[in-house]
Design a protein around this ligand. Sequence first.
Ligand SMILES: Nc1nc2c(ncn2[C@@H]2O[C@H](COP(=O)(O)OP(=O)(O)OP(=O)(O)O)[C@@H](O)[C@H]2O)c(=O)[nH]1
Ligand SMILES: [Mg+2]
Length: 360
Amino acid sequence: MNKKPSALHEKKGVSKPETTSKMSAEKIKINRAKQNSVDEFVSKILEGNITFLSRAITLVESTNAKHQQKANAILERCLSYANNSVRIGITGVPGVGKSTFIETFGKHLTAQNKKVAILAVDPSSSVNKGSILGDKTRMEQLVIDKNAYIRPSPSGTSLGGVSQKTRESIILCEAAGFDTIIIETVGVGQSETMVHSMVDFFLLLKLAGAGDELQGIKRGIIEMADAIVINKADGENEKNAKIAKVEFNRALHLYSIKESNWQPKVLTASALNKIGIKEIDTMITDYISLTKKNKYFNYKRNEQNTFWLLSTINKQLEDNFYQHPIIKKLLSQEIKNLEDGKTTPFSAAKKLLHHFTNTK
Ligand SMILES: Nc1nc2c(ncn2[C@@H]2O[C@H](COP(=O)(O)OP(=O)(O)OP(=O)(O)O)[C@@H](O)[C@H]2O)c(=O)[nH]1
Ligand SMILES: [Mg+2]
């Protein structure tokens, strides 16, 4: 092109400074999101919109009263869409291969066009922000799978609080079209009991040891498990895994048959080499069809709902009690009286409860 020198000469100017800083842009975005109505949230979630699903879970996890109010309104509207799913709990000691297993199992499910949501109940997450997030690297394929949604454990002060939030998140995920919900937990404290109370099928991952397999395993967990999967059944470990399988099977037969009429199974697998995964999937499908047929499936979900109703009430009452300013003061006085031998635990409790009911 022939460039004619122009009479109009313009110097390259300095670009205009941005009128909004990045930080305030982010704030505006958040505020805008906050203004989305409950209706918008619900219809987007029902469309399977992951951004809105995540935002709704953030509202559920928030401690802000307004957020909670909004979260409750969204939850109520989502509830009727939330029952068509299979909820699976997975537990096992650190290093047993939970994340690797969830990656392999999750991919196996999404390959069948299932939609899988992975949530966690991890009591330690208030310190390290959730184990799932930390080891998303173990779920490389699942993280980028559009049929999978991974959400780390909410941080919370109490296991009960964290569990309640997870339970509510399950409802949102199901409303967003996720048909398989996997809840992971590290077997710390009561977390397994909590997870057990929110799933249909509870799976315990184990490692084959060098002998007495039942040593060091909590009796309660064996009772809760619908299946024990001995992971890392590969290479040199394969033989030990087979021995462990026999031993666990024998142990499981010592327990009386479950209310579900399901005889818990022991399987071996290699999450790393993707062996035994199809069998686990089939086993869970068998369990679901058995319990749907004998009505245990719905019975258990109803029982779980009642449990959560009662434990939510208990927690609220407990919080109201201990946070009450007068009770706070009286409680320390009564503890002092107790130390001085001036009262008994029972009369002190009676006195405090009496005050509580009469000071509201
Ligand atoms: N050989 C073998 N190694 C495995 C298998 N599954 C997991 N691993 C390895 O075991 C280690 C721990 O696996 P993770 O999946 O991180 O275990 P985790 O239970 O999620 O551990 P935490 O998140 O710490 O509780 C990793 O090095 C995995 O590669 C398996 O089936 N076979
Ligand atoms: Mg892990």
